[in-house]
Design a protein around this ligand. Structure first.
Ligand code: ATP
Length: 140
């Protein structure tokens, strides 16, 4: 079976760089599935989960928005932030969620609501992916 090289990169470094069978990315217009030999493409990514399958394994990576480019020989994701599911600090994401919800509960909003809503979306995406990993480990 053919595979495609996937590089997920942030300003801080390389988060993921492996040959994969398929990836499903959080495109701004919905889930974007990419198999080997996909036509060249450049698109924007939303905050969300990027799923990767490689052999019998599945990986989950949280992307905090960015760009995805499909080239003939590889897929490149330039993300604002990205964490593999095992790297997610759940307590930190819970705290970020609590902080954002608290700020959004003020009337009138004390701070820039769009920025706080984006922080809330990031924390929820991190918690969702961390929870999925926990369930997989428990086999439920
Ligand atoms: P916080 O308010 O907790 O800093 P944030 O959403 O503002 O969260 P980002 O600006 O998206 O954080 O990311 C800053 C850096 O911290 C990035 O390198 C990102 O990967 C990392 N990061 C943020 N939250 C977590 C988390 N819960 N677990 C692991 N890494 C995280």
């Amino acid at each position: 079976m053919s595979s495609i090289k996937l590089d997920i990169v942030t300003a801080e470094g390389v988060v993921f760089a492996e040959e994969v069978d398929i990836l499903v990315a959080p495109g701004i217009e919905g889930q974007l599935g990419i198999l080997p030999h996909h036509a060249p493409l450049m698109t924007t990514l939303e905050v969300g989960e990027l799923r990767v399958r490689k052999g019998g394994e599945e990986f989950f990576i949280v992307i905090s928005g960015g760009f995805l480019e499909v080239r003939p020989d590889r897929v490149i994701v330039l993300a604002d932030a990205a964490e593999r599911s095992e790297e997610i600090d759940i307590a930190r994401a819970e705290e970020a969620k609590r902080r954002a919800q608290e700020q959004l509960s003020h009337h009138p909003p004390a701070v820039d609501a769009a920025r706080v809503e984006a922080a809330l979306r990031r924390s929820l995406a991190r918690l969702k992916v961390a929870e999925k990993r926990r369930k997989r480990k428990l086999g439920t």
